[in-house]
Design a binder for this molecule. Structure first.
Ligand SMILES: Nc1ncnc2c1ncn2[C@@H]1O[C@H](COP(=O)(O)OP(=O)(O)O)[C@@H](O)[C@H]1O
Ligand SMILES: [Mg+2]
Length: 271
């Protein structure tokens, strides 16, 4: 199997609490993968580990076959792993366009002196970045709001701006932490189409956390369930969230706990 991103037995221990315990995953290029689980299961921490925003206690991460465990978060972005946040993190007092431009600068080729002297190469590059950022806003349906302060955007559009900002770094894999949270049903349906479109347009791989089961089941070919058996939490998430979604019309499921696979209408559910 061709693997883009792989984690092997990642663990994150905070004092007495294992936020993530022996987490492993293999994601293929072009895949749209889902990660689900109850609140506190460690989903966001998993994304923090994969993007080097927190340091793992143990375990390894590989990207395109290279061990990237412990490298800096900015190096992670350069390699092509970008993310959005469960709690939106925009520059609220900057405009929509400026938010995207700042991210696009990460890929800039000019140096400080050429900026200072406004050299032709800087001006060319800057125009290129603005054009590229405007195009991204167009793709994301945010062009009408380009000069608006990010704080004045409706919530659903702030989520889309976060995605635009991540895309400005031209990632290979995009990690989305609850992208549909706070969206109304029509916004989240639109977002599903948009995520598929972005995957195809930019040759992306997508890894997303989402509570909305309809969203996850419609969009993802493979869905991984994070359970918290290791913390002794009674785990009825599987029976509640997933079985409810299918109204007991359950899939071919055997076993109970980790390393179990289940199949339903072409979807693979990994536990
Ligand atoms: N910086 C931290 N310090 C201590 N505990 C943390 C920290 N970050 C997360 N946790 C704990 O780790 C567990 C998993 O959190 P999180 O990854 O946010 O879960 P999820 O995203 O699945 O809801 C929770 O019990 C949370 O309180
Ligand atoms: Mg979370």
């Amino acid at each position: 199997m061709n693997v883009l991103l792989e984690a092997i037995e990642l663990t994150k221990q905070y004092k007495g609490l294992k936020a993530v315990s022996n987490y492993s995953v293999k994601i293929s290029p072009g895949e749209i993968r889902g990660l689900i689980g109850p609140n506190g299961a460690g989903k966001t921490t998993t994304f923090n580990l994969l993007t080097s925003m927190v340091k793992s206690t143990s375990g390894n991460i590989y990207f395109e076959g290279k061990n990237i465990t412990g490298i800096r978060a900015d190096q992670i972005a350069h390699l092509g792993i970008c993310r959005t946040f469960q709690n939106i993190r925009l520059f609220k007092n900057l405009t929509v366009l400026e938010n995207v431009l700042i991210a696009a600068q990460i890929k800039k080729k000019y140096n400080f002196m050429s900026v200072l002297l406004s050299s032709p190469s800087f001006l060319r590059e800057e125009k290129h970045l603005v054009d590229q950022s405007l195009e991204l806003l167009e793709t994301m349906g945010l062009i009408h709001a380009k000069d608006m302060k990010a704080r004045n955007l409706p919530y659903g559009q702030q989520r889309k701006l976060e995605i635009a900002r991540a895309l400005a770094v031209r990632p290979k894999i995009l990690l989305l932490d609850e992208p549909a949270a706070g969206m109304n049903p029509s916004e989240s349906t639109e977002l599903m189409g948009l995520i598929r479109y972005l995957r195809d347009k930019f040759d992306l791989t997508i890894f997303l956390i989402e509570h909305d089961m309809k969203f996850v089941m419609n969009l993802c070919e493979k869905i991984q369930v994070l359970l918290c058996y290791h913390r002794g939490i009674k785990d009825d998430y599987f029976s509640n969230a997933i079985a409810n979604y299918f109204k007991q019309d359950l899939f071919d499921y055997s076993g109970n706990g980790f390393n179990t696979k289940a199949y339903h209408k072409g979807k693979t559910i990994i536990m």
